[in-house]
Design a protein around this ligand. Structure first.
Ligand SMILES: [Zn+2]
Length: 327
């Protein structure tokens, strides 16, 4: 009895000191749930609307397993259907305390109108580069918003970046991706980059001529691993040990993204939400690293446990396969 009690106390103490992340599959959209050691929750994006509440239901399922009863901070990176679409459906299922986004939309339509209708009922804050999301127990820094990057290097950043010399700009994106929120999440020594769907040229501003961000332990691939994001100038400068790609079967997961990642110094593994059809056998990660390897998708998620010393443990919710990446 006493041993069981001690084990229980030890387990509770460990979970109280760890950051848990649930990367939820929304078939090529984004919905990432962060549970701070304080118990506060932050959801970054909500996947799509429609599909009989598919994405909202998947978020609720992961939240239930995480012990999350309400979303304290709902952060919308930008106003595309695969990110804001699910907001009205989610609000019908899970209470949300506060919503954040980058302000004025540069693309409008029915999805945006539905989002604005939902947003007006919630306490709301516009985020700008240099702001932070006040999640108790975590440091969540906004490093790019509405197309503008931070001007000064973060703590741990500021290094000259020799990779910048080989950079080639793309034709500027005129849509929402260039305006996406980009975040660095810090928990003790642990650092995670989640740059939303930020466009190639705006990512360059964060990494060149000096690397304003420093290095990270975990890299959430920008824009689902699409080839118009993730230049090597930033991905290699971030020097992650592990990457998580929020791709769908037919969305993101580009050969270019894998090539950049596989050449990244210090990167051990790439975990994926989906098998990517364009990647085929040559590029996809081994099956145990993929949450949803089959086209008939059951909406499995990937779990991350982060410790204050920078240790990251990745776990595939489908098969229980897990691996720990120490500093
Ligand atoms: Zn997207």
């Amino acid at each position: 009895m006493r041993i069981i009690l001690l084990l229980l106390i030890a387990a509770l103490a460990a979970s109280a000191q760890s950051l848990r992340i649930y990367a939820i599959d929304t078939e090529g959209g984004k919905a990432t749930l962060y549970v701070s050691p304080s118990g506060e929750s932050m959801l970054i994006d909500t996947g799509y609307a429609g599909f009989a509440n598919r994405d909202a239901d998947r978020i609720v399922k992961a939240a239930n397993e995480a012990g999350v009863k309400r979303i304290n901070h709902l952060v919308m990176t930008h106003f595309h259907a695969d990110h804001i679409g699910g907001v009205p459906q989610l609000l019908a299922k899970l209470p949300v305390d506060h919503i954040y986004d980058h302000g004025e939309a540069v693309e409008n339509g029915a999805v945006m109108a539905a989002y604005l209708g939902a947003r007006k009922n919630l306490p709301y804050t516009v985020l700008r580069a240099g702001d932070s999301v006040p999640v108790k127990g975590l440091q969540v820094d906004v490093v790019s918003a509405d197309g503008k990057a931070i001007k000064k290097a973060m703590k741990g950043g500021g290094q000259a970046n020799p990779l910048c010399a080989s950079y080639k700009a793309m034709e500027q994106d005129k849509g929402e991706n260039a305006h996406s929120l980009a975040l660095i999440i810090t928990f003790g020594k642990l650092r995670i980059s989640d740059l939303g769907d930020l466009f190639w040229n705006q990512e360059y501003d964060l990494a060149c001529p000096t690397n304003l961000l420093g290095t990270v332990d975990l890299y959430m691939t920008t824009h689902h691993g699409t080839k118009t994001s993730g230049p090597s100038q930033i991905v290699h400068a971030l020097h992650p040990r592990v990457a998580l790609m929020n791709n769908g079967a037919t969305k993101g997961g580009s050969v270019e993204a894998w090539s950049t990642l596989r050449q990244a110094p210090g990167l051990t593994d790439i975990w994926q939400l989906h098998y990517s059809n364009v990647g085929g056998k040559d590029h996809n990660a081994p099956e145990q690293f993929i949450a949803n390897p089959a086209e008939a998708c059951t909406g499995e998620w990937l779990e991350v446990t982060g410790l204050i010393d920078g240790t990251v443990t990745m776990k595939n919710h489908r098969n229980g396969f897990s691996k720990t990446y120490k500093r």
